[in-house]
Structure formats: structure tokens, C-alpha cells
Ligand binder design. Structure first.
Ligand code: SF4
Length: 217
């Protein structure tokens, strides 16, 4: 299990976030604000699930490694590894530049605690899968969704170049997008950016992150 702190997010976004999360992160930095759909998609991706936190504290390393060695796709639950206190710091640092610290505390902190299961029904929500993100319907001013499905061709080409995908790679990705194979397009991007194959294909943003970290560490 990994735990990250606010200062790690910049580097991790550049090296290991899939395009959907890089885009949200960049927009948050630019606008110091994200609408509800974006806050949910990025916030759940970044979080550390409370159960994982408890397992990390109370379970012996050997037992933990045994659990991890089994085929359950843990990335669908655990998130990138940002604990609640750090998540509040992270969101507040951006939002307070736009709406002020007081309004952040009144209007936005609740929903972040809610995502971590500390408010309302106390459900510890898990990060969204690609399928859920691809089938979402972002409106005007929204930045959530899957760029391979929801970006214009021009914006997607520019975003891929910015990630370091070469022109041949961009054409291969666009070919998948035109055939509506969005997750295959994301898999090709992963392979181009990491110079390494991804045989299982991308089916979850947190899998993208976790596979990337395995290659880079
Ligand atoms: Fe994100 Fe999945 Fe779309 Fe890739 S395919 S950008 S991980 S939603």
C-alpha cells in the first residue's frame, strides 16, 4: 500500500496519472475550482480508502503481502493514497484562492469528508472505473469524463502530444478513438508514455496509476 502527501501530487500527476485525471488536476490548478463531477472523479481517484488504512496499521506485513498476492484488483478500492487530512489541505489550497478559505470550509469540506465516509451515510466510496467515467455526460464547464470519449479531436491530439506521445503514436490512438475503443486508446497511450506493454489493457484509472508506478519504481 502506498500513502502519498500533497507535495507528491504534482510529480505523480506528470508521471503516472491517466489523461482523465491529469486533465482534472491541471484544470484545478488553473481555475482553482472544479465542479461537482470533477471533484468526485478526481477526489475518489486520489483518496486512500479507510479499510486500506486500517489494514496497513493493524495487519502484519506478511499477511498484507499474502492478501495482495491474490488476484483481487485492489486498485479498484484503495485509491492513490491520499488520507482525509491531506485531501482537505489539497483541495483547500486550490479552492481558497477562488472562493476564500471560509467559504471552502462551509461549502466544500463537507463533501470531501463525505467521500471518505465521515459524513452522511458514512459510505467509504470507491474510485470510479473507466466504464463509469466513459458513460458519464459532462456538461458545459465540466472537466470530468474520459478525454478519449469527450474531448474534441483537436484537444485530444494536443493533450497526447503534451504527454509525450509521438506523432505515429497519436495516429494509432486516434484510430482507436474513431472506432470508439476508448480504453484501448488509453492503453496505447500508457504504452507510448511508459515504453512498456500493458497486456491486461486499461480498465480503471487507478490500475493505470498502479501499473505506472510498478514500472517507474
Ligand atoms: Fe481515464 Fe479510463 Fe478514460 Fe483512460 S480510459 S482516460 S483511465 S477513464
Amino acid at each position: 500500500f502506498s500513502e502519498i502527501s500533497v507535495k507528491d501530487i504534482n510529480e505523480l500527476a506528470k508521471s503516472s496519472f491517466p489523461l482523465c485525471m491529469r486533465h482534472l488536476f491541471e484544470k484545478l490548478r488553473e481555475d482553482h475550482h472544479l465542479k461537482h463531477g470533477g471533484r468526485m472523479q478526481l477526489g475518489l481517484f486520489l483518496k486512500m480508502h479507510a479499510a486500506i488504512n486500517l489494514l496497513d496499521i493493524f495487519v502484519l506485513d506478511t499477511v498484507r503481502d499474502w492478501i495482495l498476492g491474490h488476484q483481487f484488483p485492489w486498485y479498484t478500492v484503495w485509491g492513490v493514497g491520499l488520507k482525509l487530512d491531506d485531501a482537505l489541505l489539497f483541495w483547500k489550497a486550490e479552492f481558497s484562492q477562488k472562493v476564500g478559505a471560509e467559504r471552502f470550509d462551509k461549502e466544500y469540506a463537507y463533501s470531501i469528508r463525505h467521500n471518505y465516509g465521515r459524513e452522511g451515510k458514512r459510505t467509504d466510496y470507491t474510485p470510479y472505473s473507466c466504464q463509469k467515467i466513459i458513460s458519464s455526460t459532462p456538461g458545459v464547464g465540466d472537466h470530468h469524463g474520459c478525454p478519449y470519449r469527450h474531448f474534441s479531436e483537436e484537444n485530444l491530439r494536443a493533450a497526447l502530444s503534451k504527454m509525450g506521445v509521438n506523432s505515429r503514436g497519436v495516429e494509432d490512438v486516434m484510430d482507436k478513438v474513431q472506432n470508439r475503443h476508448y480504453q484501448l486508446a488509453c492503453t496505447l497511450t500508457f504504452e507510448a508514455v511508459h515504453g512498456s506493454s500493458c497486456d491486461s489493457g486499461i480498465n480503471h484509472p487507478n490500475q493505470y496509476f498502479s501499473d505506472s508506478q510498478k514500472i517507474l519504481q
